[in-house]
Design a protein around this ligand. Structure first.
Ligand code: 5GP
Length: 128
């Protein structure tokens, strides 16, 4: 399946640099398909990012173009990380921003895992 209009992958994006070890991170998990680390600007008591190791710009790019093994390996890692963080009993939220309407800042596909408190409304009401 092709996805039209995707920008090319930028090898200088911050998560590409973290994957290459050029920028430090507080790592919580690494396997052949995924790296998980604490967000630098946490929005909840637990706020961890999970990124695939492949060069995928966004959720749209990843789900259309990544090999099956990488898609499966990545999502298994998301579940494993949430479990290892101790979030299963209280619950957690996973979220991925895709493109400008969602406010995606870093053009390397990633999933946020939030937890550690009641997270409230999924989407805030529009500003008045
Ligand atoms: P987005 O808005 O693209 O879904 O989320 C990008 C996330 O990456 C933000 O929550 C932001 O705080 C986080 N982030 C940006 N730069 C860095 C960094 O250098 N290190 C870490 N650990 N997180 C970062």
């Amino acid at each position: 399946m092709s996805v039209s209009g995707l920008p090319p992958y930028d090898d200088q994006n911050v998560f590409a640099r973290i994957l290459r070890g050029e920028i430090p991170c507080r790592k919580v998990h690494e396997d052949p398909h995924a790296l998980a680390f604490h967000d630098i600007n946490p929005q909840a008591p637990v706020h961890v990012l999970v990124i695939p190791k492949g060069r995928w710009v966004s959720a749209a790019d990843f789900h259309a173009n990544a090999p099956e093994a990488e898609v499966a390996g990545f999502w298994r890692a998301v579940g494993l990380v949430a479990r290892q963080l101790g979030l299963e009993q209280g619950g957690y939220r996973i979220l991925s921003n895709m493109g400008p309407d969602a406010g995606q800042e870093v053009p390397h596909f990633h999933v946020h895992i939030f937890g550690g408190r009641r997270l409230g409304r999924m989407i805030p009401p529009p500003a008045a």
